[in-house]
Write a protein that binds this ligand. Sequence first.
Ligand SMILES: *[C@@H]1O[C@H](CO)[C@@H](O)[C@H](O)[C@H]1NC(C)=O
Ligand SMILES: *[C@@H]1O[C@H](CO)[C@@H](O)[C@H](O)[C@H]1NC(C)=O
Ligand SMILES: *[C@@H]1O[C@H](CO)[C@@H](O)[C@H](O)[C@H]1NC(C)=O
Ligand SMILES: *[C@@H]1O[C@H](CO)[C@@H](O)[C@H](O)[C@H]1NC(C)=O
Length: 578
Amino acid sequence: MTILSTMWLMPLFTFIYVNGILPIEATHHVYRNLQSLSSDDSFKQPYRTAYHFQPPKNWINDPNGPLSYKGLYHLFYQYNPKGAVWGNIVWAHSVSTDLVNWTPLDPAIFPSQPSDINGCWSGSATILHGNKPAILYTGIDPMNHQVQNIAYPKNLSDPFLREWIKSPKNPLMEPTSENKINASSFRDPTSGWLGKDGNWRIIIGSKRNTRGIAILYKSKDFINWIKSKHPLHSAKGTGMWECPDFFPVLKIGRFGVDTSLNSDDVRHVLKVSLDDKKHDYYLIGTYNDEKDKFVPDKGFEEENIEQILRYDYGKYYASKTFFDDGKNRRILLGWVNESSSVADDIKKGWSGIHTIPRTIWLHKSGKQLIQWPVVEVEKLRVNPVKWPTKILKGGELFPINGVTAAQADVEISFEVNNIREAEVLDKWTDPQILCSQKGTSVKSGLGPFGLLVFASKGLQEFTSVFFRIFIYQQKNLVLFCSDQSRSSLNKDNDMTTYGTFIDVDILHEKLSLRSLIDHSVVESFGGEGKACITSRVYPTLAINDKALIYAFNNGTTNVKITRLSAWSMKKAQLNGNL
Ligand SMILES: *[C@@H]1O[C@H](CO)[C@@H](O)[C@H](O)[C@H]1NC(C)=O
Ligand SMILES: *[C@@H]1O[C@H](CO)[C@@H](O)[C@H](O)[C@H]1NC(C)=O
Ligand SMILES: *[C@@H]1O[C@H](CO)[C@@H](O)[C@H](O)[C@H]1NC(C)=O
Ligand SMILES: *[C@@H]1O[C@H](CO)[C@@H](O)[C@H](O)[C@H]1NC(C)=O
């Protein structure tokens, strides 16, 4: 209580006086007097994850500079070493051999020179010629300007890359009166890629007025950078572009390719984290490396923002990919923030997790990406439960017994017939609104059907992940929802319902759902990875061994479960978690 009443709460986009000198702009809520508060260790921890990445305590946000080097995966992340709210940000560092079990190392990058003395913000790694990693990151300088710095490993023989040295030439890129870059909107450099001219390129997120911009820089040596006259891409009305990511995907097949590859065999993806929307959006298109322009098939200008593709339609932000050359795949990592109150975060002593790393590739239609949890996470599966084909009648609810329901991996597939029973949708409606208006209680011809997770015995609490099928303009339209509105008796949490349409041809394809359930997170993949929804929930009754999972159908027409496979999940080794 005392904590709440003395809380110094700053809204978004305000200026905070640091060191009493100049304003710094923060895009996070800033609770200055809570940034170094230790937590109450006696507080029970039913919400800590068993296999989703998190450190033992404190605040985390963006994944930074993921890379693979000498057989180890390196993950850096934005971290407050002193408390459970944003502040004191350093690059924490963990390593892994499998992207599932993580060992913590000392922070790799922390404020130490003028060009980053007020903060070491997000950035990316690039593997330079001769297998030499380099990290570009945003530093906050003594004038609170956002500038770009470089750091190198001190000892390339050390596979753990424990120590990083900053270049005396930092900052390498900075806002000046000539380049007219806004000093508080210039951050998050990408990994570099090589053009056919042998020069490196990177982009940096920015904006001019409300136009979001991917500023392009080129360099021969990765040290001396020249800003290009034209950005790689920009779009009016989209606001600040944070954490841009730009990479090629093969037109055919699931393999990933090196970030520098450009040929007739690939398309390019530009992802931006829209600061105004707090979601990660991506465009698929063509990269013309002579003009250094990205031309999306469908851009922000042509579509309304609700129709631009997202990596995840739930809680998910500041993601980044890297090419895993050992396994020829592109891996996507993302941050999932809490839905609990700041007071609860301080009580539990931590805030923020990462999703399970996802392999991503282009769907054969060329119209969207597919995402699927890395295969290594399947090593945690134990005690499989399988069902024979089962008819789920309207109104029926079957418990999925035999798995640890608070720590599980569930895959279920449905077959629907009687398409004519589907509800007719007269006009296009925002899918998230459709999901929240109808929830699981409004019955329709086909749906809702899916999973109830984190369900308490009397269903006082449950989170539902489900489908509804509509007929829209004579075609089937599949809605995919994650409804948190009844997830907890604690109403201090954000219980927003999430949803999206999903491009599955139910006449010819099964409708599948996979949910990775982990104490306070439900990470769901619909249509074999065509759409993802990640949600955070904090049940008060359905915790640990009190949680249940059900398959349910609350529509009026039967659906057939053609596959159900569920597993209890073992604990991963997460940064020294007990
Ligand atoms: C560099 O790392 C290797 C491998 O860990 C180690 O044997 C060597 O002593 C290190 N060199 C220095 C100068 O620290
Ligand atoms: C620079 O960015 C800040 C932060 O978004 C904004 O408040 C300010 O108006 C911008 N300045 C200009 C000249 O666009
Ligand atoms: C984090 O969560 C809150 C509340 O659930 C939400 O309003 C906010 O936009 C989120 N921030 C980001 C960066 O995702
Ligand atoms: C199913 O629908 C009924 C009536 O509409 C409702 O009372 C019940 O809560 C629904 N079940 C679930 C799991 O939402």
